[in-house]
Write a protein of this length. Sequence first.
Length: 149
Amino acid sequence: MDIVQDAMFTLAKNYSEKSAEDWPALFHRILQNKIRDWYRRTAVFKKIFFWQNTVIDDDEVIYDAVDERQLPTERLLASQQLGSEIDKALSSLPLRQQQAFLLRSWEGFNTKQTAEAMQISEGSVKTHYSRALSTLREKLSEHHIGDSL
């Protein structure tokens, strides 16, 4: 329902000057794109934070309550270490690479939107994003995470 409401707001905000006959087609296209974006963000979120038991909402991430005492100690320790490795790998990137990676992979922005948000050229976005992916794949290869990036 949130996605539908968001699509309706987008239609009203961006296409109110269009004729009423055009609205159904525009609405369905906007709705399709919003749903696709939600699934993309969810998929990326699950790839990056797969060790956490989470449910993603459009505006927030809800962490399911997991009784860590019931998890095997080895699994708990491994997931904590892996989370630490991912955080370390992301924070080791230069700022522009972090921004390009998070905007493109996490937020689902296209190259043009990322360039506008970062106030740089589209070519620079592609360069920063490519370098970030390369570095993350290299640093996370031993965990077999880099393959899914």
